[in-house]
Design a protein around this ligand. Structure first.
Ligand SMILES: CC(C)(COP(=O)(O)OP(=O)(O)OC[C@H]1O[C@@H](n2cnc3c(N)ncnc32)[C@H](O)[C@@H]1OP(=O)(O)O)[C@@H](O)C(=O)NCCC(=O)NCCS
Length: 169
């Protein structure tokens, strides 16, 4: 586990697109998933990694990037939350081996360094695997809201930890 730099943008984009295609099959439209543009995401991640807002961490298996997570200041003005886990993705073949838990630990350490004492995360309502993961970490349901992804109108739900000390690894 280590903090990512702009050199990691290409590998992060590869994990991002691969994991969306496996995790979101059946949740997001097939044509939307097929059209995900790895080069476009690499450019976006390069910008994110250089603009200095928030932190990004990568999980590696040997020299191979198998996951990443990002977090920073809460983005939507949600009452009671100042920190946010923005994204966490582990390649399907590397899931269930503790990378996700260690990525959350890394993001939480980053939030602490930024002086953010709590955390919220948003997840698609029907993404049951990820919801179990957050529930396993002790997250409590906050609320739900609609979200549009591509042409799909979906629902997302949030989980929160009122204190970073409440996270059960
Ligand atoms: C959700 C995700 C990040 C979890 O990472 P991971 O590396 O698979 O999880 P870990 O191996 O660290 O598991 C940590 C704990 O979470 C629980 N957990 C993980 N995946 C789970 C699942 N599919 N169902 C139920 N519990 C799960 C496990 O109980 C585990 O605890 P244990 O070791 O005591 O059994 C990863 O599976 C993933 O990237 N999924 C697809 C993308 C996604 O949905 N991302 C989140 C978007 S909001």
């Amino acid at each position: 586990m280590r903090q990512a730099g702009s050199d990691d943008a290409t590998a992060i984009a590869r994990v991002h697109v691969d994991t969306w295609r496996t995790a979101y099959r059946g949740l997001l439209p097939d044509d939307f998933l097929a059209a995900l543009d790895e080069a476009g995401y690499a450019e976006r991640w390069r910008r994110t990694l250089t603009d200095g807002n928030g932190r990004v961490y990568v999980a590696e298996d040997g020299r191979h990037t198998v996951g990443f997570a990002s977090g920073g200041p809460e983005r939507a003005g949600e009452d009671g939350f100042t920190g946010e886990l923005y994204a966490i993705y582990v390649l399907q073949e590397a899931q269930g081996r503790g990378h996700g838990r260690r990525l959350v630990q890394a993001v939480v350490q980053g939030l602490r360094e930024m002086g953010l004492p709590n955390m919220i995360v948003w997840v698609l309502r029907d993404n049951h695997n990820a919801r179990h993961f957050y529930e396993r970490l002790g997250g409590t349901y906050v609320r739900s809201q609609p979200i549009t992804i591509g042409s799909a109108l979906l629902q997302e739900v949030s989980y929160g930890w009122k204190s970073l000390d409440d996270i059960r690894y």
